[in-house]
Design a protein around this ligand. Sequence first.
Ligand code: 6V0
Length: 320
Amino acid sequence: MKNSNCDVNLRKVAVIGCGFVGSASAFALMQSGMFSEMVLIDVDKDRAEGEALDISHGVPLNRPMKIYSGEYKDASDAAIVIITAGAGQKPGETRLELVHKNVGIFKSIIPQINECNFKGILLIVSNPVDILTYTAIKLSGLPENRIIGSGTVLDTARLKYQLGQHLGVDSRSVHAFIIGEHGDSEIAAWSSANVSGIPINSFCEMRGYFNHEEAMIRIADSVKNMAYEIIEKKKATYYGIAMSVKRICEAILRDEKSILPVSSMMHGEYGIENVVLSMPSIVGKDGIETKVPITVNENECTHLMKSANALKEVISELEF
Ligand code: 6V0
C-alpha cells in the first residue's frame, strides 16, 4: 500500500543495526502485524541475515510478512527507518560516554540514507539518543518533524510501571512523564503527574502513603538508574526499548496523534534552544506534530535547563 506520497510504502519498515536492540525491536514489530515488509541492515551482514531468518520463521505462526536482510537502497521507500546501530553501554559506562564512537557510526549511516532520497520517518534509538538525534538532524537535512528520538519513552514507561506497582493501580491510569535527557540528567515531572486526573500526592494519600518527598526521590532515582541495574545483571537492555519502538511506530503508522515523550529539537520552549531533548509531543503520520508544553514548576525548570546545558556541552565538542 502506498500513501499519497508515492515514495513511501506504509507497510514497510527498516531496522539499521541488528544487535540486541535492533533484533528485539524487529521481533516486536513482526509480532505487531503493523508491517508486511521489514528489511534488516547491519555492517555485520551475517548477523542481519541470521536475525531475518530466525524472525521470519514466525511468519507461518503469525501472519504473512516479507523479512530479509538488505542494503540501504532497500530502505529507500520504508515508512519508518529505525536506527539502533552502535555500541551499547558496558557495565558502569554512561550513555554520554558512548558519544564519539556512535557519532562516528552515524557519520557513516546518515549519508547512505540521504543517497536513497528517503521520504519517511527516521526513528533514532542508539545512545546517547538525544545527541544522535541532533546528529541525524544536522547530517540528514530532513525536516525536523521527520526525525524522532525514542527519548524518554522507555524511562516514562518505567516511571509509570513503578508508580503503578507502588500505588496498586493499573500503570496505564498513571499519567506522568520523564522529560529532558534520556540519561543521568533526566527529570521526573512530578508537578504534572496524576492518576486519572487526581494529583499524584492526593492519590498517594488515598492509598495510605504520606511520605511524598522520600518516595518521589526513591522512585525517580530507581527509574534513572534502571538501565545501569539491568546492564549490571544481564549486560544489555533490549525488551523494554523494543516495546517502546513498537509503540512509537504504532503512533506514526496509525496517525494516532498520541502524546509521547520523544526527543526533538528545542526551539525556545522553556527558554531552551538548539539542543535535542525529550518533551511530551503529539506523534502521528508526519512524525512530531507539535510539542505539548506541560506545566513544570521552578525546580523542574531549573533541572531541565541543567539537562539542556549538559547536552549542549557535549554537542559543542562535536564537528559536523
Ligand atoms: P549491540 O548488540 O552491540 O548491537 C549494535 C549493532 O550495531 C551490531 O549488530 C553492529 O554490527 C551494528 N553496527 C555497528 N556499526 C554499524 C554501522 N555503521 N552500520 C550498521 N550497523 C552497525 O548493541 P545493542 O543492540 O545492545 O544497543 C544498540 C544501541 O541502542 C546502543 O547505542 C545502546 O546504548 C542503545 N540503546 C538505546 C536505548 C534507548 O532507550 N534509546 C535502550 C537500550 C539500548
